[in-house]
Design a protein around this ligand. Sequence first.
Ligand SMILES: NC(=O)c1ccc[n+]([C@@H]2O[C@H](COP(=O)([O-])OP(=O)(O)OC[C@H]3O[C@@H](n4cnc5c(N)ncnc54)[C@H](OP(=O)(O)O)[C@@H]3O)[C@@H](O)[C@H]2O)c1
Length: 82
Amino acid sequence: MLLIAERHGKTTTQFMLRWNIDRNTAVIPKSANRERLKSNLDIFDFTFSAEEMNKIANLDQNKRGFVNPNNNFFLWITQFLR
Ligand SMILES: NC(=O)c1ccc[n+]([C@@H]2O[C@H](COP(=O)([O-])OP(=O)(O)OC[C@H]3O[C@@H](n4cnc5c(N)ncnc54)[C@H](OP(=O)(O)O)[C@@H]3O)[C@@H](O)[C@H]2O)c1
């Protein structure tokens, strides 16, 4: 991701924001920092190639960092809160 971001003269954060938007995901980057607000908006002056999009998609290992909401999430959360 760093290599692709650098190729476009962007940070990895900008890379991730644009990539999510290109996938039609709603992205809401909150920041209290003026420079980061500007940077988070400065993401529309480049496009990913099809090869880059494929490389990024191939990073997916179908793993989650948190519980799967489709798999007894509410049961898990009630047990966790007890
Ligand atoms: N999370 C949710 O489930 C949820 C649901 C509905 C609505 N929202 C709304 O979505 C917005 C974001 O929510 P959130 O939970 O994601 O906010 P958050 O975690 O409270 O804040 C985002 C964090 O990202 C940092 N950040 C922003 N731009 C960055 C950049 N370019 N590089 C490095 N760090 C950066 C911010 O730091 P700095 O401020 O220091 O830049 C802040 O610490 C909010 O307006 C919230 O109300 C969130």
